[in-house]
Design a protein around this ligand. Structure first.
Ligand SMILES: [Zn+2]
Length: 235
């Protein structure tokens, strides 16, 4: 990575292929679509990470950045209440193991998990991460050279934290009788993903999928669209 600067601007170039890198004002991650490298700001320097492309088979898509974590996921301890013990109270109630009957304890052995986390600013990172993870997207073979892709402002460290949140959210969601969950997520490999999305009237729709990400949940939706050279469909 090298840069040439004057008082007004810093031009950043990819340390692998010298392609100029751009991004939104708050971005800390800068994707190079020439050589599929993500340059990530951390401790004052830019560190390269691998990058992969998903759902990018069509033209005219925005490339939304996500972190992908390959990890080993283990459910160390899961305690569930029997259905007939369920409380009618909607809020989570205090769990006192010794004071309850009809508890069932289970555990799952370690398994490989791949977790997607938005690298852009959204007010629903965990639910969106869970939804995109559940799509089980396959890498796209299409070249994206020359595509302008925002990199996002969620750092790699924050991405790791959020990935754990997504894992917990995925395990707890929909389990109404869950009393306690102990989960261990051991990171193996963190990469950046560019996920192809169509700029529709109400939000970004993951290409080829039904999942719609409303613009109202993305802090930089308009900036991402302008940066990508797109406008909303129907306008
Ligand atoms: Zn490059």
């Amino acid at each position: 990575m090298f840069s040439s600067s004057d008082r007004a601007a810093v031009l950043m170039r990819c340390g692998n292929c010298s392609q100029a890198l751009g991004g939104l004002p708050d971005d800390t991650v800068f994707p190079c679509t020439e050589c599929l490298t993500a340059w990530c700001l951390g401790d004052g320097e830019l560190v390269p990470r691998a990058m992969e492309v998903f759902a990018m088979e069509e033209d005219g898509l925005a490339a939304l950045p996500f972190w992908i974590l390959d990890a080993e996921l283990e459910i160390v301890r899961r305690i569930t209440r029997m259905a007939e013990c369920a409380s009618p109270v909607q809020l989570p109630r205090h769990f006192e193991e010794a004071g309850e009957r009809g508890l069932r304890e289970t555990a799952d052995p370690p398994r490989r998990a791949t977790i997607f986390v938005p690298a852009f600013l959204t007010d629903r990172p965990l639910s969106l991460g869970r939804k995109v993870t559940s799509l089980e997207l396959a890498p796209s073979g299409r070249t994206v050279r020359g595509l302008r892709a925002p990199g996002g402002c969620i750092t790699a460290d924050d991405g790791l934290l959020l990935a754990k949140g997504v894992a917990i959210f995925s395990e707890t969601g929909g389990r109404t009788h869950l009393a306690l969950l102990e989960l261990d997520l051991r990171p193996v490999h963190l990469r950046l993903a560019l996920v192809g999305c169509r700029a529709e009237e109400q939000g970004f729709r993951v290409a080829g999928q039904t999942l719609l990400i409303p613009y109202t949940t993305i802090a930089d939706a308009e900036e991402i669209m302008a940066f990508s050279g797109l406008s909303r469909e129907g306008r």
